[in-house]
Design a protein around this ligand. Structure first.
Ligand SMILES: [Mg+2]
Length: 240
């Protein structure tokens, strides 16, 4: 695989984004409890605050609104209400890790000579903290970690993919591994990459892999290959 560049999506491809959201929720209640627990003893009960948020979807703002509504007004104001929570969400050091199968697969690909990269949409701060927390900088050259805010364009445009090709001129084939049917495979397909979708077998991705009614995804934008889990990737690449 020495001629092969394999670029991965980050969220819900290399780890489950639900784990990130849960980590952020824990950090938010930890900070509220530390700052205000002495004055308001009920705020020492982090479990209850987590339970308030657990009533709400992992995706979307409902959980923060609900938690803010339970806080004493002075605390809510001092913490910055939902905006303060979003700030913690985006900037906290997440308690996330690669699962053993993912870690082993990435090592196999590196041992086989492939060059690994990441193309992800999101904020520079948030996405780079995740990459570091997952230990990915030990396997991926930081120059090959592409974050849409830094590139100036997300995966709906060819720029992140063209930039990656320019950054790896010795590669002869390019593979993109992602999960999002609405955007991940459009430009890899058009640029001659092999697109691979990691199936959300357990249905826990934040972006469901069911195509909403009345939504049409052109066959040209669908992944060329679908794998049930990441351990199937080395054999798939060897078979191309
Ligand atoms: Mg994703």
């Amino acid at each position: 695989m020495i001629d092969t560049l394999i670029a991965f999506d980050l969220d819900d491809t290399l780890y489950k984004e639900a784990d990130y959201v849960r980590s952020a929720r824990r950090e938010i209640v930890r900070q509220i409890s530390c700052r205000f627990g002495d004055e308001y003893p009920k705020l020492r009960d982090t479990t209850s605050m987590i339970e308030v948020m657990e009533q709400h979807r992992l995706h979307g703002p409902g959980a923060f609104d609900a938690l803010a509504a339970t806080l004493p007004p002075e605390v809510e104001q001092a913490f910055g209400s939902v905006y303060g929570m979003v700030r913690v969400y985006r900037s906290h050091k997440p308690d996330i890790a690669l699962d053993p199968a993912t870690l082993a697969t990435l090592h196999t690909l590196v041992d086989n000579g492939a060059t690994l990269a990441i193309i992800t949409d999101g904020r520079i701060e948030t996405q780079s903290i995740k990459v570091r927390a997952l230990g990915l900088f030990s396997m991926i050259n930081p120059a090959l970690v592409s974050i849409s805010e830094a590139v100036g364009s997300d995966k709906h445009s060819p720029l992140p993919f063209l930039r990656m090709m320019a950054m790896s001129p010795s590669a002869r084939r390019y593979i993109y591994v992602g999960d999002n049917l609405t955007k991940d495979f459009i430009w890899p397909n058009r640029l001659g990459w092999t697109s691979v979708c990691l199936a959300d077998t357990n249905g826990i991705n934040l972006m469901p892999q069911v195509i909403a009614p009345n939504t049409h995804i052109s066959p040209a934008n669908m992944p060329a290959r679908v794998i049930p889990d990441i351990t199937a990737l080395p054999d798939l690449i060897n078979s191309l």
